[in-house]
Every structure is written in structure tokens, then in C-alpha cells.
Design a protein around this ligand. Structure first.
Ligand SMILES: Cc1cc2nc3c(=O)[nH]c(=O)nc-3n(C[C@H](O)[C@H](O)[C@H](O)COP(=O)(O)OP(=O)(O)OC[C@H]3O[C@@H](n4cnc5c(N)ncnc54)[C@H](O)[C@@H]3O)c2cc1C
Length: 316
């Protein structure tokens, strides 16, 4: 039985910022210290990509992530595919799926109907996002739609008691009026019912750690889970980063110099970079990680292994 006189653990973010620091490989963690992991996938567009996704899921599933999330294409373009992927995960695996949902291009009633379908199918976790306008245009809320992710989070809570995760931006969202306004927005999303934020990926861990300090100073205690993007194709990552406002440090470009035609070395460098990053974050107390897998399991698997995750055989 639990000891009723035991002091309750401090809120997650406080624990991360004040807890013990670990460093150096190799290190054996007690089972309860192995970080909580989540993996993000995108819904496949073709039969070949579908097979790639399912072999990725099969490879990563034994690591027992606490949830896996499935993205929602720009403007709701993947609504059916996201739904199909999420419900198949629910039906065919032991994993807990989280469905991404955005405000773009739909009325509140339409978004609520999608959410209700998820609830009825047994999905209990939504990653609530604003979404983006089509390239080259500026975001305008849909008339009659949810304007921002905070409105969506509140709306979802009215539909059903979903677990809600939201996005956070250590380098500030590119459309924000100011870093403080963006932090206020994050707080609003958590106040609206979200219990966790997942960050945009970043390569400079100091930026993320400073962001955690700002979150705590702003009164945020929910986990701000780092989004980890293992990179093996630098040119592609640099292009994508320019669009989403993640800075790419010069040292990263330098590490990928002159290996454009050497995919094996690029993957090894990518693994080392991401491993360094998670080890540094772990040394700073962080024990929850979200991986942008891009539906490719190898780097994520290796880094999760370094973090202490080991395959779990399902209990029969
Ligand atoms: C973990 C993660 C997962 C993602 N998954 C997807 C996905 O599946 N599909 C997809 O299309 N996109 C996805 N995105 C991208 C996301 O949709 C974009 O970054 C989008 O531009 C912002 O979404 P948000 O939910 O952070 O928006 P919001 O939190 O609504 O914020 C958007 C901007 O508006 C500002 N803002 C908020 N409220 C107000 C207000 N009342 N007045 C003025 N300004 C305001 C904020 O400061 C910010 O600059 C994801 C991003 C992350 C980090």
C-alpha cells in the first residue's frame, strides 16, 4: 500500500529542473528511470509507404512507448488516412494512439464531429494544433472554426474528456507577436485542458533548456516534452527547418559536409548527433522524449536503446 505520509513528488517540470544529473556512457538505469518515450508517424499516401509505416511500427512497438501519434496533413488533407492509421493502431497493436487534429479549413462542428468519431472508436488522446495555411498564404481562422489551438483544446474537452497534448516552440513560433506572447499562448493551451506540450524539434539543446526555465518562471509545470528529430538527410532537414522556424546551427552543417553521397555515414552521424542531444537532455534531468520518426525506425530505435529502453515482451 502507498505510504500516506510520503511526500508527493514535485510537479514534472520542477523535478526535471531540480532532480539529479546523470552523465556519461555507459550507464545502467533502474527500470523506473528509463525515460517515457513517444513516437510520431505520418499517415502513408501509397501502398509502399503504408508497408514502410507498418514495418516501422512493428520495429518500434516492443519498446513500449507510452503513446504513438499520427500527424494530420496540412489543411486536414489526410483526415481519412490519419483516422485509418490511428484506428488500425488501436485494432492491430497494443500501442496507445494519439491523433493529431488541426483547426484549418473546418468549422467547429466539423472538427467536433471528427473528434467524436475518434472518441467512439476508442481513441482517448488528441494532439491539438492550429495547423498552417497553404504555403505562400497567411493563416486566417476558418469562419465558424476554432481560431487557435487553445480554442481547439477547450472545444475538445467539451466533446469528451480527451487527454490533450499541444505544441510548444523553444525558439518561438514564427508567427508569434513576441516570445512572451507565445509563452502566454502555451499557458492558455495548458489552461484549456492540455496536460503536456511537445516541442518543435531543435538542435541546440541550450535553447530548449532555457525555454524550460522560462516555462517554469511563467508558472507552467506540465511536461514540455522535447521533440527529437534524428537527421540523416541534412539538406532535407535544413529546408524543412527554414519553413518551421527551427534554427540549424553551423556545427550541424559542418558535421554533414562532404557526405552527401554516403548514406551510411550520414546515418551514423545522425545517430551520434541525436544520441548526444538526448544524453545531454537526460543529464539535465529530462526523462520524457518524443521522436519524430519520419516513419523510419532505425535511428529512433538506436537512440531509444541508448536511453535505456529495451524490448518488452507482451504479457500473454
Ligand atoms: C509536436 C508538433 C506536432 C505537429 N503536428 C502537426 C500536424 O499533425 N499537422 C499540421 O498541420 N501541423 C502540425 N504541426 C505544426 C503546427 O500546426 C504549426 O506549427 C502551426 O503553425 C501552429 O500550430 P499551434 O498548434 O502551435 O498553434 P497555436 O498554439 O494556435 O499558435 C499559433 C500562433 O498563433 C499565435 N496565437 C495564438 N493565439 C493567439 C491569439 N489569440 N491572437 C494572436 N495570436 C495568437 C501563437 O503565438 C503562435 O504564433 C505540429 C507542430 C508540433 C510542434
Amino acid at each position: 500500500m502507498d505510504d500516506p505520509t510520503a511526500t508527493p513528488p514535485p510537479p514534472t517540470l520542477q523535478r526535471w529542473l531540480t532532480g539529479p544529473r546523470h552523465a556519461g556512457l555507459p550507464m545502467r538505469l533502474a527500470e523506473h528511470q528509463v525515460p517515457a518515450l513517444s513516437f510520431e508517424f505520418f499517415p502513408p499516401r501509397t501502398e509502399a509507404l503504408e508497408q514502410q509505416l507498418w514495418s516501422c511500427i512493428q520495429r518500434l512497438a516492443p519498446l513500449a512507448p507510452r503513446f504513438v501519434s499520427v500527424t494530420y496533413g496540412a489543411g486536414g488533407s489526410t483526415q481519412a488516412r490519419t483516422h485509418a492509421t490511428v484506428t488500425r493502431i488501436l485494432r492491430d497493436t497494443n500501442l496507445t494512439p494519439a491523433a493529431h487534429l488541426t483547426c484549418v479549413g473546418a468549422t467547429r462542428d466539423e472538427v467536433d464531429a471528427v473528434a467524436r468519431q475518434y472518441w467512439d472508436a476508442g481513441v482517448r488522446h488528441i494532439v491539438a494544433l492550429r495547423g498552417d495555411a497553404p504555403p505562400g498564404t497567411v493563416y486566417e481562422p476558418h469562419p465558424g472554426g476554432y481560431a487557435y489551438a487553445a480554442d481547439l483544446a477547450a472545444g475538445l474537452k467539451r466533446v469528451a474528456d480527451f487527454e490533450i497534448s499541444v505544441a510548444a516552440y523553444p525558439e518561438t513560433h514564427p508567427g508569434a507577436v513576441s516570445p512572451d506572447a507565445d509563452l502566454d499562448n502555451l499557458k492558455r493551451k495548458l489552461d484549456a485542458g492540455a496536460t503536456r506540450a511537445i516541442t518543435q524539434y531543435f538542435f541546440d539543446s541550450a535553447i530548449y533548456l532555457r525555454f524550460l526555465d522560462r516555462c517554469l518562471a511563467a508558472g507552467i509545470t506540465a511536461p514540455i516534452v522535447p521533440g527529437i528529430m534524428p537527421v540523416s538527410n541534412f539538406a532535407q532537414a535544413a529546408r524543412f527547418s527554414a519553413m518551421c522556424g527551427a534554427s540549424v546551427p553551423a556545427w550541424l552543417g559542418h558535421l554533414f559536409e562532404q557526405i552527401d553521397d554516403d548514406a551510411d555515414t550520414r546515418r551514423m552521424i545522425g545517430a551520434v548527433v541525436a544520441a548526444e542531444q538526448v544524453r545531454l537532455l537526460q543529464a539535465n534531468g529530462v526523462d520524457e522524449f518524443h521522436f519524430y520518426t519520419l516513419n523510419r525506425p532505425d535511428l529512433t530505435y538506436a537512440i531509444a536503446h541508448l536511453l535505456g529502453a529495451r524490448p518488452v515482451t507482451p504479457k500473454s
